[in-house]
Design a protein around this ligand. Structure first.
Ligand code: ADP
Length: 200
């Protein structure tokens, strides 16, 4: 279980704001281990393949958009702003904005390993909407962005990081961004103490 791996992308806002070191520091200081790391300027195709294309996921983006219209009392309607109130169509639009945003600059991609790494990284990162993220999380400490502004400006929410949501996503995303040979195997001092048997 201490070998669980997850994929983390520092999005262009994180790179351009000089937060790469801070983000890595927060992951490492919690006791997680970086086993692969590099910077690249992603292509549209790479990001298109990274994010799911299932109806459920795309509709989820549409639902979140509709929710933020209600939550923030946005005066215009979805129909006025998107030309449709079909949640799948709206989700497709948000997915396009997301891709445009992530190809707008270089990203840092990494594989992070450790005990409950998938959940632990999400906890350190905080929830999707920075405006709702607790202080102490990366999104809560370094971004104030909110979908009411993002939706009106027709762009993705700038929330610094992508982190895999579950085991299946993590496995797929790691294999999408890295080859097996690029994943390093080593043990940290911290890990050696954590995995030591009693009386040793
Ligand atoms: P997370 O990145 O926290 O796993 P999702 O998978 O739901 O969140 O969404 C993917 C990304 O799409 C988010 O990180 C954010 O950048 C963007 N996004 C999500 N919902 C919206 C929205 N309603 N409006 C604009 N961008 C959004």
């Amino acid at each position: 279980m201490e070998k669980e791996q997850t994929l983390v992308l520092i999005k262009p806002d994180g790179v351009k704001r000089g937060l790469v070191g801070e983000i890595i520091r927060r992951l490492e200081s919690r006791g997680l281990k970086i086993v692969a790391l590099s910077m690249e300027w992603p292509t549209k195709e790479q990001i298109d393949k990274h994010y799911p294309k299932t109806r459920k996921w795309i509709e989820g983006l549409g639902k979140n958009t509709a929710k933020s219209y209600k939550e923030f009392n946005i005066p215009s309607t979805l129909l006025e702003d998107y030309g449709t109130d079909n949640l799948h169509e709206i989700g497709k639009k948000v997915r396009e904005w997301l891709i445009e945003f992530i190809i707008s600059g270089p990203i840092v991609k990494m594989v992070v390993q450790g005990l409950h790494a998938i959940k632990m990284v999400r906890k350190i990162v905080g929830p999707t909407v920075p405006a709702f993220a607790e202080v102490g999380t990366i999104r809560g400490d370094f971004s104030i962005d909110s979908p009411d502004l993002a939706n009106i400006k027709r762009r993705a929410v700038h929330n610094l990081i992508h982190a895999s949501g579950n085991k299946e996503e993590a496995e797929y995303e790691i294999s999408h961004w890295f080859t097996k040979e690029e994943l390093n195997s080593y043990s940290t001092i911290h890990e050696q103490f954590m995995t030591q048997e009693r009386n040793q």
